[in-house]
Write a protein that binds this ligand. Sequence first.
Ligand code: AMP
Length: 391
Amino acid sequence: MNAANGTKAGAPTRVLVINSGSSSVKYQLLDMTDHARLATGLVERIGERGGAADHAAALRQVADELDGQGLGLDSPRLAAIGHRVVHGGTRFTAPTLITDEVVTAIEELVPLAPLHNPANITGIKVTRELRPELPQVAVFDTAFHATIPEAAARYAIDLATADRYGIRRYGFHGTSHAFVSRATAALLGREPADTNVIVLHLGNGASASAVRGGVCVDTSMGLTPLEGLVMGTRSGDVDPAVVFHLERVGGLGTDEIDTLLNKRSGLLGLCGDNDMREIGRRMAEGDKAAQLAFDVYVHRLRRYIGAFSAVLGRVDAITFTAGVGENSAAVREAALLGLDNLGVTMDPVRNAVRGTGARLVSASSSRVAVAVVPTDEELEIARDTYALATE
Ligand code: AMP
């Protein structure tokens, strides 16, 4: 063993992380001795004109791109491949070494994640064909939330019906919530086991989680990633009767309503833009629709912060991450303004400073620390993958 990093001399140390999403494939090749990124890339617009024909073609393009850099999948230095898989249902509560049975089980979960799991499965199948003997690991977006107690995971609907169709709150973005909650404890110089954190993952998709002592106890996303916060194009929480109303009164079909709530709602639905930068620019010009979108977004965020403060009882930190959380001082400030009763006091100057690393933006006097922590889902997936592959 190499005492410095725990790897055996000459053993393969590289991990390829593949995120085969609904319309794109992202990849990163990491060296686990120093977490260096040896290659990163993105194949976009799958199935669209000018893009790869399908996911299989996109994956082959990834393999070719790596080959072209002398980092091909046949490299003896490659230890394993880690795949992001969106839905693990109740079956997968931890990263899992992929076998034929595991692939079948992920296929059985497609009805729970029809937009995501099929693309994830194609990613797994193509790379298994290319390197059949290489350890491959599935890292599930739902796994970190498997610890949520029944009281928070259950919807109050007929129990038998819920169980028959697998209806419960699973939660997503788990890899990010796990990474960021741990990094927050490190930033505070505490052990994760002694730290209670509200994590606000605000990207194009957005979710909040309540993490008590390193263990997730509640989250805002549910059966699917549609529930919870206002997102770029997703509505987040709506009265479920909105769906019946749109069908009965509006005459919309199920797929149309699905598309409306997932792709044409959220910030985009409210103001025509889903990019918080553009919304900020429009607000500065006095644009009322952009202001409304921002206000609805922030109101929902504050509701969840209040709710999760009550769920946790003691909150040590509130942490912002992902595109909006890491970059929008305006969203952070509006979300936490006037929460001194909850022990939260922002430092407006610290908050406004643009930074890249993990940092505190609360006042030194604040009982609850407010942090900005860049998420790194690829590193988290690579760590989980490497740990399982080298066990
Ligand atoms: P993500 O899904 O984490 O990549 O986040 C993407 C979102 O982050 C974009 O849709 C933008 O709205 C937001 N974003 C990125 N940079 C900024 C910025 N400088 N200020 C505000 N929002 C930003």
